[in-house]
Design a binder for this molecule. Sequence first.
Ligand code: ZN
Length: 271
Amino acid sequence: MKTIITAALCGAVTPKAKCPALPITPKEIAEDGIRCWKAGASILHLHMRDDEGHGTMDVNKFRETVNILRGECDAVLNLTTSGELNVSDERRMEHVIELKPELATFDCGTLNTGDGIFENSQSFLEKLAKVMIDNGVKPEVEVMDIGMMNACQWFAKKGILNAPVHYQFVLGFGLFGAPATPQNLCSMVDKLPAGSTWSAFGTGSAHLPILYTALALGGNVRVGLEDNIWYAKGVPATNEMLVSRAGRLIKEFGNDVATPDEAREMLGLKK
Ligand code: ZN
C-alpha cells in the first residue's frame, strides 16, 4: 500500500520568532518545499506570508513561489484558500483561477479562531466549488469537526462538489475544532462515503498519535511546521525532519511512500 505525505510548510499563523526554521518568503518556501519533496513529500500545501510575516492571500507571492516549484520539482501543489482572515471571497480565489493548482483547500464550515472568525459561509463554499471545478482544481475538503462532513456530503449529493471527495481531517484546530484524539479520527473515518480518499493530521503534540492512527486506518498523512513546530520535547523541528520521519514510519509500518505521480493516480488528479 502507498501512503501520501503532504508537507504543510508554514501556515498563516505561527510567528517566525517562535520557529526560526519557518520559511516566510516565496524563495524560502519554495526551497523548503524542494527539500521536503526530496525527502518524500508528494504534496506541498502552501500558504504565503507578507513582508511582516503575516498570512496573506497576495497572488503575487503565490505566483512567485509556484513558478519556482513548478520549475524544479514535480510535487503536487495544494494552495490554501484560507490564508488571511476578513478578506473578500475574490481575494481568496484569485490565485486558484490564475495558477490552477492541482489541489486547493476547501474548508467546509466556519469556526472561531481565538477572537477571530474563520468564515466559510455556504454561499462562499458554493462559489469556491464552482471556481475549482471550472478551473480543473480538485478540492481538498478540510474537516475540522464532524458536522463539516455532513455539509460536504450534502454538497456532493447536490453536485456542487464532485465525488469521490478527498478529505483532510484537521484535528485540534484551536479550542473550537474536534479535539485531536485517535477516537475522533476513527469516528470521522467511519462516516466516509465509499470511494473517498483521505489524509489527517493532529496539531501540536497530537501530531504523532494522529499520524500513527491515520496509518493504522489506511489513510494518508500530513506533517509540517503549519501544524506543529516540535520534533520531540525540547527539539525544534524543521519541515524536512518531519517529512523524513513520516517516511521512515510509513516504511516501518510496511507501506511505501507515494511518489507525486502515484499520489496523482490515487487522488484522480490530472497533471
Ligand atoms: Zn493550511
